[in-house]
Design a protein around this ligand. Structure first.
Ligand code: PLP
Length: 401
């Protein structure tokens, strides 16, 4: 199998899994207990909190463990909205956020009277800072902009957005689910007040995430009950999951530079080969070869193959044991074109022809060679059956690429 869907989820690192194992059936104590195995659990949760905090340069009591990235996103938005509703009800976000943000905003708008500004992005997926600043109103309580996009890998100008938010007295949340453990992040340097992340995206287990909340940000409890997570998120801790998250965060921090270098090299190799060997393609998201282009996640490649359905390409890649995605995992299965690809200006047909390939530190050049070869053959076969491609060949239809 060739696994190129690391933005959807990653393989839990075997060393991480090994660290988790004792917390299932040996040290299974509840961290709130006072006896020995409970203390072991408590110490393990504390250690995981410290490891996680170290990665983003915050205090360990600013890390709140959750069950996933979606929970962290929901918490940040809903609780900030409640806590700051006396100041106003206006939230600024973008059109290319993950559904965990977009649908939470829609809920706040529909059910709670929030006013949401959804910023456009340019053709690379980058937010315009002047537009963002101009959107701030006296009643703006929160700006939520993702650090990096899950479909096209665009890295947003987070530091500058944080600066604007700080200067204008507005809270700044970033969904860093695709960025944490993939690129360096420091919450002080980047002026971040709240940050969401999810363990299964950086070789940790599924079912564990966290929300960073800067000291002094007055948002409320998300789950009411016991005193866990400094009284802000009740529920017996998912000790194995939290241990896995901490172990994966530490490993991600230690291997970050090497991993980024390797992935960047392989990403650029894959982009170059697809461009050279498959005609009528369009790279979606910033072009690493273009100095003017924005920044792109080291592991993300997203191409539209003209005259081809991304879903058919995916199925035929799957028959060759190559795992990829036609958009974000959450939107695949629905037939409407990706909201991200539409926001960067793609036509419906180019958006339907998109394929996302996301690498890991374990990806090899040989795997990419096999993948390019497969894509080349499959695209040729699919185009051979496409009336649009025939029209293009006859000169009655223009290419969009
Ligand atoms: N935010 C982004 C940018 C994501 O890519 C994802 C998952 O794909 C999420 C949030 C949701 O994370 P989780 O699957 O942990 O709920």
């Amino acid at each position: 199998m060739i696994y190129l869907d690391n933005a959807a989820t990653t393989r839990t690192d075997p060393e991480v899994a090994a660290e988790m194992l004792p917390f299932f059936s040996e040290n299974y104590g509840n961290p709130s207990g006072i006896y020995g195995i409970a203390q072991k659990s408590r110490a393990a949760v504390t250690a995981a909190r410290e490891k996680t905090a170290h990665v983003i340069g915050c205090r360990s009591d600013e890390i709140y463990f959750t069950s996933c990235g979606s929970e962290a996103d929901n918490w940040a938005l809903k609780a900030a909205f409640e806590a700051y509703s006396e100041k106003g009800k206006h939230i600024i976000t973008t059109k290319i956020e993950h559904p965990a943000i977009l649908n939470t905003c829609e809920y706040l708008e529909r059910e709670r009277g929030a006013e949401i500004t959804r910023l456009d992005v340019d053709e690379d997926g980058v937010v315009d800072l002047r537009e963002l600043e101009a959107a701030i109103r006296p009643d703006t309580i929160l700006i939520s902009v993702m650090t990096a996009n899950n479909e096209i890998g665009t890295i947003e100008p987070i530091r500058e957005i944080g600066e604007i938010a700080r200067r204008r007295g507005v809270l700044f949340h970033t969904d860093a689910v695709q960025a944490f453990g993939q690129i360096p992040m420091n919450v002080d340097e980047l002026n971040i007040d709240m940050l969401s992340a999810s363990a299964h995206k950086f070789n940790g287990p599924k079912g564990a995430g966290f929300l960073y909340i800067r000291k002094g940000v007055g948002i409320r409890s998300f789950l009411h009950g016991g005193a866990q997570e400094h009284n802000r998120r009740a529920g017996t801790e998912n000790v194995p999951g939290i241990v896995g998250l901490g172990a994966a965060a530490k490993k991600a921090e230690e291997t970050l530079v090497r991993k980024m270098e390797k992935e960047t090299r392989l990403r650029d190799y894959l982009i170059r080969r697809i461009r050279e060997e498959v005609p009528n393609v369009k790279l979606n998201g910033p072009d690493p070869a273009d100095a003017k282009g924005g920044e792109r996640l080291p592991n993300n490649v997203n191409f539209s193959f003209e005259f081809v359905e991304g879903e058919s390409l995916l199925i035929m890649l799957d028959m060759r044991q190559i795992c990829a995605s036609s958009g974000s995992a959450c939107s695949s299965g629905s037939l409407s074109p990706s909201h991200v690809l539409k926001a960067i200006g793609l036509s419906d047909s180019l958006a339907h022809g998109a394929l996302r390939l996301t690498l890991s530190a374990e990806t090899t050049a040989e795997e990419l060679d096999t993948t390019v070869e497969a894509i080349r053959e499959i695209v040729e076969r699919l185009r051979g059956m496409s009336p649009k491609y025939e029209a293009y060949r006859n000169g009655t239809l223009e290419s969009e690429t």
